[in-house]
Design a protein around this ligand. Structure first.
Ligand code: GLA
Length: 405
């Protein structure tokens, strides 16, 4: 966020709302998951990074219980009363904010009314967690403005509950967690069961994290996601009876245990379990590789993750597979995989600095030749999790304004 952004948000706030007082500013990043696809809801391991595509929020308190929100992206204003929060069937986006307000209150906090302006810079439908960035940024605004003193993991959990229980989208904890707890130039190795995490320094500056958006979004994504949840649940139950062990989630099954009994599982369930169990191991191995600065090994594991998501877990699609194929044929690409739920969205690629420009040109050309679609390419920086934009920005804005007039 720069001074121009803040001036713009302030101007919109003043134009759309009648209140007064200085706004405060907040940001929350989107993410790419380097490895650990579809493991979070199996209590497994993931390793995302927060990226410099963010949700920006300007907010100031009101003296009533109304929350008024203007979305610059949708050019739409909506409002609701904190004491009468109801799901909005027509306007989907406002439910993310209502959900946050609902679960803040449910968890014992007492937020008040706000005027809010939203400016989303996380591309929508790209698999980069624009919704988690929105939930987290709004939750942080409430938390700071009303001094709710919510610690980080709880903030992430409230944001996730908004999405699961209010908006009605099943998702694991990964997206909200990284949007809160991510750190600059670090990947976050997260145990989704215990919520223990470790920030892994990305020491090597010889490569870039490049995200490529297929610009397709297949309709079956949500139903397939829910089906995978059920299949994993069934797999866990079957494995619990075969192994006669205490297995709550697939996370509890080691690769050796799985190999001993896998032939007794129906094929589809076997494949789903095989993916999750081997993927958990790959995340741990990739974490080790990054700590050892062994980029070649990290890249290899990332590419193996894609293969497994595509052939065993079946959440890829022709466009994602094509992108991965093109990427892996370019010398200097260390690894590539789909990221997010799948069936469209983006790939994440580790690309050596000297081939980034060639990567971009070739991927755009070859992908477009075969699909007729222009992909978007984002060369990403790893940034900090959500924060308030500190200090004297209002003053800076005024000074800049005065100097210009
Ligand atoms: C979506 C969900 C995440 C995670 C990924 C798959 O992005 O929001 O919680 O399950 O899919 O890894």
């Amino acid at each position: 966020m720069n001074v121009r952004d803040l001036r713009h948000l302030t101007a919109v706030l003043e134009e759309k709302f009648t209140g007064s007082g200085e706004p405060r500013f907040f940001r929350a990043p989107g993410r790419v998951n380097l490895i650990g696809g579809h493991t979070d809801y199996n209590d497994g391991f993931v390793m995302p990074v927060a990226i410099n595509r963010e949700m920006l929020v300007a907010a100031r308190p009101r003296d009533d219980r109304i929350v008024k929100v203007y979305s610059c992206n949708f050019e739409d204003a909506r409002s609701f009363n904190l004491d009468r929060i109801e799901f909005n069937r027509e306007i989907v986006w406002i439910n993310y904010i209502q959900g946050v307000a609902e679960f803040l209150q449910e968890s014992g906090c007492s937020p008040g009314g706000l005027d809010i302006v939203l400016q989303g810079r996380v591309p929508l439908g790209a698999g980069l967690s624009s919704s988690a960035a929105l939930e987290v940024a709004v939750a942080l605004a409430f938390s700071k403005i009303f001094e709710l003193e919510i610690e980080d993991v709880k903030l992430a959990s409230i944001a996730r509950r908004a999405e699961n229980e209010f908006v009605g989208v099943n998702c694991g904890i990964m997206d909200q967690f990284i949007s809160v707890l991510g750190r600059k130039d670090r990947a976050l190795f997260l145990d989704c069961r215990t919520r223990d995490y470790e920030l892994i320094p990305i020491k090597d500056s010889s490569f870039k994290i490049v995200v490529a958006n297929t610009n397709v979004e297949h309709k079956l994504a949500e139903s397939a996601y829910n089906r995978r949840l059920q299949e994993c649940q069934q797999g866990g139950e079957k494995l619990a009876s075969l192994l006669e062990g205490k297995i709550q989630k697939l996370r509890d099954v080691s690769p050796d245990e799985f190999n001993a009994v896998k032939d007794k599982l129906p094929e589809v369930i076997r494949n789903r379990c095989q993916h999750v169990i081997s993927e958990n191991q790959r995340v741990k191995d990739c974490c080790r590789a990054l700590l050892d600065n062994n980029l070649e090994r990290a890249g290899e594991l990332i590419s193996l993750s894609h293969q497994s998501l595509s052939s065993l877990y079946e959440v890829s699609c022709a466009e994602l597979d094509l992108m991965i194929d093109i990427a892996l044929n370019i010398e200097g690409v260390l690894g590539a995989r789909m990221t997010g739920a799948g069936f469209g969205g983006s790939t994440v690629n580790l690309v050596e600095n000297q081939v980034v420009s060639e990567f971009k040109t070739r991927l755009v050309r070859e992908y477009n030749d075969k699909t007729g679609i222009d992909p978007d390419i984002y060369i990403c920086e790893i940034v900090d999790g959500c924060s308030e934009i500190p200090g004297n920005w209002n003053e800076k804005i005024r000074n800049k304004h005065n100097n210009q007039s």
